[in-house]
Design a binder for this molecule. Sequence first.
Ligand code: PMV
Length: 299
Amino acid sequence: MTTTCSAPGKIYLFGEHAVVYGEPAIACAVDLRTRISVEKSDAITISSDIGTTGLDFDIHPYVSAAIKKLGCMETSIKITSDIPMGSGLGSSAAVTIATLAAINIEFGLGHDSAELARMGHEIEKEIQGAASPTDTYVSTFGGVVEIPSRKRLEIPGCGIVVGNTNKGATPKKTARLVKQVATLKEDYPEIVNPIIKTIGSFAVKGESLLQKKDYCSLGELMNVNHGLLDALGVGTAELSSLVYAARNAGAFGAKITGAGGGGCMVALTDSPDEVASAIEAAGGKVIITKFTSKGVIRE
Ligand code: PMV
């Protein structure tokens, strides 16, 4: 028997970086998925675009850690993914959660979704040193979620376009940028603390705007959020160039998503094709996607 599970990636509508200091954020599952097929075997093999290995914490760290966490079952695992790696879209959470779920089903281990999300978060912490539970939670349960309350919010009825700068995707990028913001905060607390507080306030306002389906105002606040992320020093010229291209093509709003320093931006729009062309013309790699309520599922 083969069990295939898939889990989604995510974007931040508001609040990355500020969420590290306990401020609220809104994260959304997007319809870009990582698929994991698991089959019982007489040895552990893990196959992906990068190659085929056994339990290997250098080449396949998240899948290896998931196998280990569930008791090192002898299994053959195949990975395919729509999510670019290390670019702020939650690729590591998606691969971890889909692996945990597929092994859980194939071997009849009986863990529920909350346990899978908790184990996924532990794995991200083990491998990255520090990680917020956002990515693994959203990948497990899908939808639009306020962090840290885990309140589920209305799913926007408009499109999203992701623009990838194809720059800066290193495994340690998030940790480096979180540290960089911490240093700025220590050096200038009276200036940086209010910025972080203001970033937190977008999620509060965003909740009611989502309810009212007021995508124009949501977009406007995404633009303000982008400016403040830039102020925190996590923007790049390439990211801003894609953000401005999307806005000029009529997007409701556009901002960095995730840690920044390269990686991806996201635009909220009713005209995804126009916005996609503009991002492409500005040098970005485009992904047109949509919000999804589907977390990890068996396929
Ligand atoms: O780039 P990502 O998807 O790893 O997002 C990082 C988000 C931060 O708020 C900067 C860090 C965190 O753990 O919440």
